[in-house]
Design a protein around this ligand. Structure first.
Ligand SMILES: *Cc1c(COP(=O)(O)O)cnc(C)c1O
Length: 356
């Protein structure tokens, strides 16, 4: 028998979550954000499940070209634009849309053939301070793009820094408004948190990522609380059971000490599968459908779990590392990270099974 770990990707859950995007943002079109290998769910697989999306957004020109060649006709957006002028020929030929966020890119567009009809999303930096033009510069940049005969549609976009927390989006919306007013151009602003929380951000194109995968963008709830369904379930089995006596320790560094006699299970999953090594004792794990916690330090290929509350557990018992029955948000929170990072870190060595 192969090592028992696998990740199940639920295509029906992906479709359901896209339907939830539509329910929240009825009048907007949606770029399904499938960067980072579809947040770890597989690029082609995710695109196939979400083929009804109005567009796809990702980073690599090669991946965008592959989607085009696979027959996808909707908008495909390079969410950081092109990195090099040499990418432009393929982008134009395949009718791929690009984000333009820096003066260097405007320069590279100058030699484009007129009639290239390059679809551009002009990124305005409204406070994230990563990519984008200062709002005050936006009119001049819009003018430069409009006078470029190779440029087709122009859409204004920005990205929110605090859509998921108390600071919210109003401050960035005000800044965006200064850049966009009077331009009469379509707009794309909202990530998942803004889609769920701020209808005023929806505009023409929304850009859902994490919610498509069934994970909440908010610290205070899990996807199920937003009617989302987890698309990834990482599961494995117990491959050994140990009985500990009071005072025994577990694993490298002896990071867990038994306070009384107890049973622990050894799970075929470690940091080489994408499980966070820094997950502390008590990080949630479901064994035979019951929630318990990790004990001891996570090692490369194994982690250990407390079986005190799961007396029927034995070698071969099913273990949900995250996903259905053990929300990834809780595993992430216990480990000091977010569901995004755990999903993206799913290791290539983990076999993937599709469902739905
Ligand atoms: C990743 C990304 C998104 C999606 O964000 P989520 O929080 O996953 O919904 C939207 N817009 C841009 C520019 C992104 O880079």
């Amino acid at each position: 028998m192969p090592r028992p770990i696998s990740a199940t990707i639920d295509l029906a859950a992906l479709r359901h979550n896209l339907a939830m995007v539509r329910r929240h943002a009825r009048r907007s079109r949606a770029f399904a954000v499938i960067k980072a290998n579809g947040y770890g769910h597989g690029l082609e697989r995710t695109a196939r499940a979400l083929r009804e999306a109005d567009g796809f957004a990702l980073l690599e020109v090669d991946a965008a070209v592959r989607l085009r060649e696979a027959g996808y006709r909707q908008r495909i957006l390079l969410i950081e634009g092109f990195f090099d002028a040499r990418e432009l020929a393929a982008v134009i030929e395949r009718r791929i849309a690009v984000v333009v966020h820096a003066a260097e890119q405007i320069g590279m567009l100058r030699d484009m053939p007129s009639g290239a009809d390059l679809d551009v999303l002009l990124k305005v930096n409204t406070g994230m301070n990563r990519l984008g033009f200062a709002p005050a510069r936006a009119p001049a940049v819009i003018e430069a793009l409009r006078s470029n005969r190779g440029v087709g549609q122009i859409t204004l976009m920005t990205h929110f820094a605090n859509a998921d927390d108390a600071r919210g989006v109003a401050w960035q919306m005000a800044s965006f408004e200064r850049a966009a007013q009077g331009a009469g151009l379509p707009r794309s602003l909202a990530n998942s948190a803004a889609i769920l929380r701020f209808p005023e951000t929806h505009c023409d194109w929304v850009r859902p990522g994490i919610m498509l995968y069934g994970c909440s963008p908010f610290a205070e709830n899990v996807g199920a609380g937003l009617d989302l369904r987890p698309a990834m379930t990482l599961a494995s089995e117990l491959i050994a059971v140990q009985r500990l006596e009071a005072g025994d320790t577990v694993g490298y560094g002896g990071m867990f000490t038994a306070r009384h006699d107890m049973r622990i299970g050894v799970v075929a999953c470690g940091y080489a599968d994408g499980y966070p090594r820094h997950a502390p004792n008590g990080t949630p794990v479901a064994v035979d459908g019951r929630l318990t916690g990790t004990v001891g330090r996570v090692s490369m290929d194994m982690l250990c779990v407390d079986l005190s509350g799961v007396p029927e557990a034995q070698v071969g018992s099913r273990v949900v590392i995250w996903g259905e029955g053990n929300p990834i948000e809780k595993v992430a929170a216990a480990s000091g990270t977010v569901g995004y990072e755990l999903m993206c870190a799913l290791a290539p060595r983990v076999p993937v099974v599709e469902r739905g």
